[in-house]
Design a protein around this ligand. Structure first.
Ligand code: FAD
Ligand code: SF4
Length: 511
């Protein structure tokens, strides 16, 4: 039996289980990494995402070679022929693959009709194994993030002292919702000028995707593990101490605020979640940092990231139709200007322009602007997922589905979130400075100049009143809805209908 290892593009880790388990001499083991043009053309991607993944793969392959492994790197029209040629060249009879994070890719591999057998290895890029999450989830009435997070703190002994949470409380989120004060400026971000390998990939992407989505010449992301480690160190040094307070704020011209920008590297395997958590804990002990910032950050990785991934594996196994959920029966096409960023809604214009330029938006921009707008507008959840998949540098099926279908759009009817994250301009005006530079009035609900977030929000609540009532947690808001004079509500509903027709009735743009 001759074993070969296929390392996938988002598994760029020296702790890959195949590299750990095989005990033969390194130059006796064949490894392949493949860039498939057909796969890259299957759906639109931000061009910086293509550069990031391909450049990181090329760097990783080179590092493996320098460490003595026998590596084949294929830039191929598609996966199947590249695999077959390699199998024949090296007489490979068994192919070792770490389980992909994304379910569709597992199916894709199974349909490749390979002539050798596949040996699946467990995915070790997360803290919780799929079976452990299932064990935790089974028999629970609700799969609440807070319960899961507490279990994670205990299980991995993170921010714990003598079995209790350090500081006495599990969650300090209440201290982390400050609106931005005037002139708020965050520390500089660590970026990297593209090296010759990355420049080569940029040219390759330019040539093959001349009209693809997203600027590509502005690419400045890290592409190797040492660079990703430097981003982590820079974050610990300059951003972590104040990560908490303005976590939910949005500021014009401040793309990243105190956020870490680590998701692209965690999702590629260049960093492991546990090394990030340990580094943060060490920093906390060394520098006596504010607990609300440290706990707030750890909750993102130990809590949200693992929870979203666990739920994805759990729910899509129980119900392969999870990704098609559409609880509100929303069928509006995605506004065409989500691709161009040309809109007079300043909050969305600023955010869409930023994504086009960088492939990045922070959590509140994703949740309370992009998802929220599509939720209250009534956009089809699957077209929103497709758009998120296309425009973000860190997008993968495993992290997208539960975040967009579950958290952002409540399309799963509350399997994940206890209420929809719907909000009017009031929230955006409080948590950002976008409204000051906008043609719309965040306080007006009807008439010329009324902010679309307002009439769409009340229209959404009125349209789905019955369904929302069953959720229980929206009673206060629904009682506010009931106090709106019927004529005003009717005007908002009319204005919402007209808005959908006049502004959005164009065909969906597919790149
Ligand atoms: P920070 O604010 O610095 O947070 C630290 C880390 O915590 C992140 O790097 C990420 O790994 C993790 N994290 C925090 N929240 C989540 C979450 N809800 N799910 C998973 N990980 C989380 N994250 C992605 O990695 N890819 C996506 O495609 C993606 N799409 C999203 C879509 C929607 C609608 C929403 C609401 C969230 C989405 N997220 C996604 C989660 C989160 O917004 C991003 O992980 C985060 O903004 C990345 O920026 P950062 O590294 O600066 O994050
Ligand atoms: Fe966005 Fe409305 Fe504020 Fe304009 S007024 S920035 S559209 S919330």
């Amino acid at each position: 039996m001759t074993i070969g290892i296929w390392i996938l593009g988002d598994q760029l880790s020296f702790h890959h289980p195949a590299l750990q388990e095989l005990t033969m001499e390194r130059d006796q083991i064949s490894i392949i990494l493949i860039e498939s043009m057909a796969y890259a053309q299957k759906r639109p991607y931000h061009r910086q995402k293509l550069v990031l993944v391909w450049s990181a793969m090329r760097h990783f392959a080179r590092e493996l070679g320098q460490e003595g492994w026998q590596v084949t790197y294929e830039i191929a029209p598609e996966f199947s022929s590249a695999l077959t040629n390699w199998q024949q060249t090296y007489s490979i009879t068994e192919l070792w693959i770490m389980e992909p994070g994304d379910r569709p890719f597992i199916q894709f591999i199974n349909q490749l009709n390979l002539t050798c057998s596949i040996h699946w290895l467990p995915n070790n890029l997360f803290l919780w194994k799929e079976s452990e999450f299932t064990q935790w989830a089974q028999g629970r009435k609700r799969l609440l993030l807070e319960d899961f997070y507490r279990e994670g703190r205990k299980r991995f002994n993170v921010l714990m002292k003598e079995g209790k949470p350090i500081g006495g409380q599990w969650n300090l989120d209440k201290q982390n919702r400050k609106p931005p004060k005037k002139g708020l400026i965050s520390p500089p971000v660590l970026w990297f000028p593209p090296d010759p390998t990355t420049q080569g990939v940029i040219t390759h992407v330019h040539n093959h995707f001349p009209h693809g989505y997203g600027e590509v010449d502005t690419f400045r992301w890290a592409v190797t593990r040492p660079q990703a480690r430097r981003v982590l160190s820079h974050f610990l040094e300059t951003h972590l101490p104040d990560f908490g307070p303005y976590q939910d704020a949005m500021v014009t011209g401040e793309d990243t605020l105190w956020h870490s920008l680590l998701s692209p590297y965690l999702n590629l395997g260049l960093l492991h979640p546990m090394e990030v958590i340990q580094a943060v804990q060490e920093e906390y002990n060394k520098r006596q940092l504010n607990l609300n910032s440290v706990e707030g950050f750890i909750r993102q990785i130990l809590g949200w990231r693992e929870y979203m991934r666990g739920l994805y594996m759990y729910e899509t196994k129980r119900d392969p139709n999870y990704t098609q959920h559409n609880w509100f029966n929303h069928n509006q096409p995605l506004p065409h200007w989500f691709w161009t960023g040309i809109t007079d809604l300043n909050c969305l214009h600023q955010t869409l322009e930023q994504i086009h330029r960088t492939g990045y938006a922070h959590h509140i921009q994703r949740l309370m602007l992009l998802s929220n707008f599509n939720l209250i507008l009534g956009t089809s959840p699957q077209s929103v997922v497709d758009w998120f998949h296309a425009v973000f540098i860190d997008a993968y099926d495993w992290v997208m589905q539960t975040n967009v279908i579950g958290m952002g759009l409540f399309a799963d009817g509350g399997l994940l979130a206890s209420k929809p994250y719907a909000a009017s301009a009031n929230y955006i005006n409080k948590m950002s400075n976008y409204c000051g530079g906008c043609v719309y009035n965040p306080k007006a609900r009807t008439g010329e100049g009324a902010c679309p977030f307002n009439f769409l929000y009340w229209d959404f609540l009125a349209r789905h009143r019955q369904k929302l009532q069953s959720q229980g947690r929206l009673n206060l808001i629904l009682s506010q809805l009931d106090r709106i004079p019927p004529e005003e509500l009717a005007m908002m509903q009319k204005q919402s209908d007209a808005y959908r027709l006049n502004h959005l009735g164009l065909p969906n743009v597919v790149i």
